[in-house]
Design a binder for this molecule. Structure first.
Ligand code: ADP
Ligand code: MG
Length: 300
């Protein structure tokens, strides 16, 4: 392959809204046989909405949402956006938070002041298994049942704890992008095996996988285990493309033979990737694969 011809390929790429790190990237794209897709924000819109709030006994649901929103103001995660938007739309008074910290793929924490600013509480929002393992917060049987029901329906339930006690759960969900099923069909037609990879629960992962026609699913993945899934596929002899949008995807994107970031995604994902799809459209990823193959065919 001559560099000039490859540069023509990258030029064509930018017309399609595909930003390619360098001419050598097209060479790697040609040999890819497996495509690992992040769920939230990649296969789904990533625009989550609050579906319900389930408070612990004796807690007001607005309190659960206001506490969660106070912490989530500091986060860009789709779950966080859903919580903040919902609290605003209900005109809740959201207390101020300090000392915000996020654990990618798990949840967020901050110190939240009460409405009268006389008391402060440590508030944690995130996966219920993270609250249990990292914060020793256990859910009541009622809340646990609500989490299980939400997950079985394909929703995502995050738990909210104040000073070490669970105050409720917030159930959020998003929708599969219109074109995701078509894009998965095109990946298959190009000979690529699709794999769904997500930090979300099994129920939510299954519902999305079924909607777009993917059989192989890895759910409840941490950023480290996302990386491990990519490495394992590579050890099995596959050439792996990974498509993602989040901070939680960055390590896996960097390790993949071809890292593809959604332009709608975070800076960390874009920096870790070889290719950026500006529009965030999954069908354009199929265009990128087709383009690289066509480009190299012309040269040879
Ligand atoms: P995905 O792989 O689907 O993009 P993530 O790895 O970003 O999902 O997140 C996995 C899970 O961690 C989410 O489903 C959610 O339960 C929890 N989580 C991550 N970030 C947050 C946050 N800011 N607030 C609450 N929960 C979060
Ligand atoms: Mg994502």
């Amino acid at each position: 392959a001559t560099p000039t011809a490859l540069l023509v390929g990258t030029g064509r790429g930018s017309q399609l809204g595909i930003l390619i790190g360098g001419p050598e990237v097209l060479e790697r794209t040609r040999t890819v046989d497996t495509i690992v897709l992040d769920k939230t924000g990649t296969v789904t819109t990533g625009t989550m909405a609050v579906r319900s709030v389930v408070p612990a006994a004796g807690v007001d649901p607005d309190t659960v949402l206001a506490l969660a929103a106070a912490v989530e103001e500091g986060s860009e995660h789709p779950v966080a956006r859903a919580v903040v938007v919902d609290a605003r739309s209900r005109s809740l008074v959201v207390p101020t938070a300090e000392g915000f910290a996020a654990t990618p793929g798990a949840g967020v924490q901050a110190v939240v002041s009460s409405a009268d600013a006389r008391a402060a509480a440590a508030v944690v929002v995130g996966r219920s298994d993270w609250l249990r393992d990292a914060w020793a917060v256990d859910l009541s049987d009622g809340l646990r049942t609500a989490v299980e029901r939400a997950e079985a329906e394909g929703s995502t339930a995050v738990a909210v704890a104040r000073d070490g006690l669970a105050v409720g759960i917030v159930v959020v969900g998003d929708t599969v992008k219109d074109e995701s099923a078509a894009a998965v069909g095109r990946f298959r037609a190009l000979g690529l095996r699709p794999v769904l990879l997500t930090g979300d629960n099994d129920g939510a992962a299954r519902v999305v996988a079924d909607a777009v026609g993917i059989e192989e699913v890895h759910a409840r993945a941490t950023p480290a285990s996302k990386l491990e899934v990519v490495r394992r596929l590579q050890r099995d002899g596959h050439v792996v493309a990974m498509v993602g949008d989040g901070v939680n995807d960055a390590a896996a994107l960097a390790a993949a033979d071809l890292g593809i970031a959604m332009g709608s995604g975070t800076d960390a994902a874009i920096a870790a990737s070889d290719i950026t799809v500006v529009s965030g459209r999954l069908t354009v990823v199929a265009d990128a694969v087709r383009l690289s193959r066509a480009t190299l065919r012309t040269i040879k």
